[in-house]
Design a protein. Sequence first.
Length: 170
Amino acid sequence: GLEVDTFTIIDVSGSSFFDIIVKNCPSDSKISDYLSIIDTNGSIFISEAWDAQEYKGPGLFIVENIFIPRILNVLKKINPDSVNISNHKLLLFNDSKADVLFDSEMKNILGTNYKNIYYGNQFDYYSILKKRVYNLDQKIYICGTYKFEKNIMTALLNIGFNKEQIHTGK
């Protein structure tokens, strides 16, 4: 049967091709499993694109590791003539250092405003965020699985953020 899943394709202006980078997570997605073994002459169908994360100006991005391509795409589209990239920060949640994707690209774009959070089996998002999120006036962008977004949203509300400041990809 037909399998449907969401993937991020990053726009590289002027290029007539693109690479598909698949992080294979066994039992996580049948599509990822399939793409990791597809023959180079195989084919896939790509539907019309839609923006998964709406950009509303500078703020803090809180991202689950596998969703970093979505935010990388948002950051690459920011016009440096009109928006100061130094007003953006990113906390990337990873199980371990081995799980980090696009590390050098994120360091090049955000420099010291890019931080990896290695949480392993620790899921106390409130404690993790309370130590790292100080500006209660900023916009927050959350990008991850439904469970991740819900847990981060709950933690941010408990810290003192207003729901109107928090934007998700859903």
